[in-house]
Design a protein around this ligand. Structure first.
Ligand code: HEC
Length: 140
C-alpha cells in the first residue's frame, strides 16, 4: 500500500477491495480474449457501412502488422500516417504492396511479405477503408 492509498483511506473514500480489482482484471482479460471479435465489432459500430467490408478484410490480412484501425504494431508501421496519404502512396502502392510485398525503406520493421489470399478487389476495399481512417485522422 503506498502513501496515496493510505491518505485516501483517511478521507473516508472507498478504496476498491481486492476482490473488485481481481474482478476488474478478470473482465479486462476476458475482453482481451474476445478482442479478435470485439475489435472488429466495436470498430464496425462507427465505421460507415460502405467501408465495413474493407475494414473486415483489413483486419484479416493487414491488421496483424499495421494494427487495428491502421495504428501500427511492433510488426509494421501505421498506415494512418502522413507518408501513406494518397499523394505519397497512391492506391496502386497498396495493390503493389499486397501483391509483391515491400522492401523495407521507410522504417525499421523489415520487409513486408506479399500477402497470400488477398485479391485486388479486396485491396480496393481495404484502400477505401484506410483512406476513410486517414480522413478521420485529418491526414487527408
Ligand atoms: C507481416 C507484416 C505485414 C502485413 C501482414 C502487411 N504489411 Fe504492409 N507493410 C509492412 C511493413 C513492415 C511495411 C514497411 C516497409 C518499409 O519500411 O517501408 C509495410 C508497408 C506497407 C505499405 C507501404 C508501401 C510502400 O510503397 O512504401 C503499404 C501500402 C502496405 N504496407 C499495405 C498493406 C496492406 C494493404 C496489407 C494487407 C493486405 C499489409 N500491408 C499487410 C508489414 C506488413
Amino acid at each position: 500500500m503506498n502513501k496515496r492509498d493510505r491518505k485516501r483511506d483517511k478521507t473516508g473514500r472507498v478504496r476498491p477491495s481486492r476482490a473488485a480489482i481481481v474482478l476488474a482484471l478478470g473482465s479486462a482479460l476476458f475482453a482481451v480474449s474476445l478482442s479478435g471479435t470485439l475489435v472488429a465489432q466495436s470498430a464496425s459500430s462507427k465505421v460507415p457501412v460502405e467501408f465495413q467490408p474493407g475494414e473486415g478484410k483489413f483486419n484479416n490480412f493487414c491488421a496483424r502488422c499495421h494494427g487495428a484501425e491502421g495504428i501500427g504494431t511492433k510488426q509494421g508501421p501505421p498506415l494512418v500516417h502522413k507518408i501513406y496519404e494518397p499523394n505519397h502512396h497512391g492506391d496502386a502502392a497498396f495493390q503493389r504492396a499486397a501483391a509483391n510485398g515491400v522492401r523495407a525503406h521507410h522504417w525499421q520493421f523489415g520487409d513486408m511479405p506479399k500477402i497470400d489470399g488477398v485479391k485486388p478487389e479486396d485491396v480496393d476495399q481495404i484502400v477505401k477503408y484506410v483512406r476513410w481512417l486517414q480522413r478521420q485522422a485529418g491526414i487527408m
